[in-house]
Design a binder for this molecule. Structure first.
Ligand code: SAH
Length: 458
C-alpha cells in the first residue's frame, strides 16, 4: 500500500518483530500495513532498528540490536560481511538457511498459483570458502593500496578485507599478495572523481580440481608501470600461478572488465573439470562460481532428465558447454546454442579437448535456432535450459511447446522468473514432473538455484 503521510521518519529508532525474510534476504517488520526492510533480521525475532530510508511503499532500516533472537541465530562475529553484502545470512544457522530457501520457493510457486511439491534444499557439507572466482576493487587510502569490498550503504567507500568467508582461501591470500606487490611498485589507482590512475580491480580465479590460478589486473590504462616485473614477482610467490593477465578497461561505468585481455605471463586460460570433463576458462568466461554444487546440480538435472542413449538433447543457453558436455556420454547427440560467440568458441574448444564426438555448439538466438532444428527434422527428446536471472522469453517457451520434448529441464537462479515461466508452460499444456528441487549454490547469501522438470500432457 502506498502512503502519503509516512509512518516513520529517518533516524527513528524502533523495535519490532520480524514477520518474514524476503527472497532478496531482507527481514520485514510490519508497522500496521507498512513494511520496514532490514538485513540481518530473521523470522520471529524481535529487533531494534534505525530507519535509514523512507519510501511511500516501504522503509529501509539497519538493525542496531537484537532484543529477542531467533533460535536459528548464531553470532559469527563477522558482521563486516553484512556491511558489504557478501553474506547476508552469515548469522543464520546453515540448516535454517536451507529451510528458508525451500520456504521461499514454496511461497513463490504458491503465489503464482502453481501446485508443486518443493523438496528440501540440497546444501553443502562445508558451506563456506566455496567460490572459485572473485573480483575486488582496489583503492588508495592515502598511504597504501587497499583491497576489499564496496560498502552497501556508501558505495564510494571500500571496506578493507582479508577474509571474504565465501572465497577459496587461496584466492583471498592471492589478492593480498598481488595488492602488496602493486603497492611496492607504487602503481596508481583509478580515481572516480578525477578519472585518472591505473588499477581498478584485481580478479582471481582458481580451478577447484586443477588448482590452476589466474590473476587478472584490471586497469583503466592499456599498460601499467613495471608490468613485466610485477608479473614476475607474482609468479615467484603465488603457488599454482598459471596465468597473469592485464585487462584494459578504460570505461568508467558498470562493467567490471572489458573483453580486452593481454597475457603478461603464462597461458591465456586456466583449466578445471566438472564431472570429469575439462573446461578452458578465460578471464571473461562465464563459469559457475561454486564448482562443488555445480557438479551436484548437473548430475541432478541429468538424472531428472532420465536420459537415454538414443536421446537427442538440446542445451539452450549453453555458455561454454558445461551442461551439454557433461551429459554427452549418456545420450546420442547434444546440440548446444548460445548467443555469445566467444562462449561458443570456448565450447567448441572444450568439445575438441575432451574428444567428444556427439556434441556441437552454435552461435545463435536459442528460440530461433531451436525452430531451425525442428524444421530440419531434428526431434529433441530433452531440452535443458539454464538462463540468466531474467528467465526465459515467450519465444523460447513457444519453441519448447512446439517441439514438445519428452522432458524440459529448467535450471534457474531466480525462482520468481522460473515460476512465471512455469505458469506459461502449464497453460500451454505441460505439467511439472516430480518435485521442484532447490539447491544451495550460494551458501550464506540469499540466492537459490532451482531445478524443475516439465513434461507435455498426453
Ligand atoms: N549453462 C551454462 C551457461 C548459463 S548462463 C553454464 O551453466 O555455464 C546463461 C547463458 O545464456 C549465458 O551464456 C547467455 O549468454 C546465454 N543467453 C542469454 N540469452 C540467450 C539467447 N536468447 N539465446 C542463446 N543464449 C542466450
Amino acid at each position: 500500500m502506498s502512503h502519503t503521510i509516512m509512518p516513520v521518519r529517518l533516524g527513528q529508532i524502533l523495535t519490532g518483530k520480524v514477520v518474514e525474510v524476503l527472497y532478496n534476504g531482507f527481514g520485514v517488520v510490519m508497522l500496521n500495513d507498512y513494511p520496514i526492510r532490514m538485513a540481518n533480521a530473521f523470522t520471529d525475532e524481535t529487533v531494534k532498528f534505525e530507519i535509514t530510508q523512507v519510501n511511500r511503499k516501504f522503509a529501509r532500516a539497519e538493525v542496531v540490536g537484537i532484543i529477542d533472537p531467533s533460535p536459528d541465530r548464531v553470532e559469527m562475529g563477522k558482521d563486516y560481511l553484512l556491511d558489504v553484502g557478501i553474506a547476508p545470512y552469515v548469522n543464520l544457522r546453515y540448516e535454517a538457511q536451507l529451510k528458508l530457501k525451500q520456504a521461499q520457493v514454496k511461497k513463490i510457486y504458491e503465489t503464482a498459483g502453481i501446485a508443486a511439491t518443493i523438496a528440501p534444499t540440497i546444501g553443502m557439507a562445508h558451506p563456506i570458502q566455496y567460490r572459485n572466482k572473485t573480483v575486488v576493487p582496489i583503492k588508495y587510502d592515502g598511504e597504501k593500496l587497499v583491497t576489499g569490498f564496496i560498502k552497501r550503504r556508501t558505495p564510494g567507500e571500500i571496506l578493507p578485507l582479508t577474509d571474504y568467508y565465501v572465497n577459496d582461501p587461496v584466492i583471498d591470500q592471492t589478492i593480498a599478495t598481488v595488492r602488496n606487490i602493486l603497492n611496492q611498485h607504487q602503481v596508481t589507482v583509478f580515481d572516480d572523481d578525477t578519472q585518472q590512475g591505473a588499477m581498478r580491480y584485481i580478479m582471481v580465479r582458481r580451478g577447484y580440481y586443477s588448482h590452476e590460478l589466474m590473476v587478472v589486473l584490471v586497469s583503466q590504462t592499456a599498460t601499467i608501470k613495471d608490468e613485466a616485473i610485477i608479473a614476475q614477482e607474482i609468479v615467484a610467490v603465488v603457488p599454482g600461478i598459471h596465468s597473469v593477465v592485464l585487462n584494459h578497461n578504460p570505461r568508467s561505468l558498470h562493467l567490471l572488465m572489458s573483453g580486452n585481455n593481454r597475457t603478461l605471463w603464462g597461458e591465456d586460460v586456466i583449466h578445471d573439470t566438472l564431472l570429469g570433463i575439462e573446461f578452458e576458462i578465460g578471464p571473461n568466461s562465464f563459469y559457475q562460481v561454486n564448482p562443488q554444487t555445480t557438479e551436484v546440480l548437473y548430475a541432478l538435472a541429468a538424472k531428472k532428465a532420465e536420459l537415454k542413449l538414443t536421446d537427442t538433447v538440446i542445451d539452450a543457453y549453453s555458455g561454454i558447454g558445461t551442461i551439454g558436455l557433461t551429459v554427452a556420454n549418456q545420450v546420442k547427440q547434444v546440440l548446444g546454442v548460445e548467443v555469445i560467440e566467444r562462449a561458443v568458441i570456448d565450447a567448441q574448444k572444450n568439445v575438441a579437448n575432451n574428444h567428444v564426438e556427439n556434441a556441437s555448439f552454435i552461435t545463435a538466438d536459442a528460440p530461433e535456432q531451436m525452430r531451425k532444428w525442428q524444421q530440419s527434422g531434428i526431434k529433441a527428446d530433452v531440452i535443458f535450459v539454464d538462463p540468466p536471472r531474467r528467465g526465459l522469453t515467450n519465444e523460447l517457451l513457444d519453441a519448447v511447446t512446439e517441439i514438445r520434448p519428452k522432458r524440459f529441464v529448467y535450471v534457474s537462479c531466480n525462482p520468481e522468473t522460473m515460476a512465471r515461466d512455469a505458469k506459461y508452460l502449464i497453460e500451454k499444456g505441460f505439467h511439472i514432473k516430480g518435485d521442484v528441487q532447490p539447491l544451495d549454490q550460494f551458501p550464506q547469501t540469499a540466492h537459490v538455484e532451482v531445478v524443475t522438470v516439465f513434461e507435455p500432457n498426453n
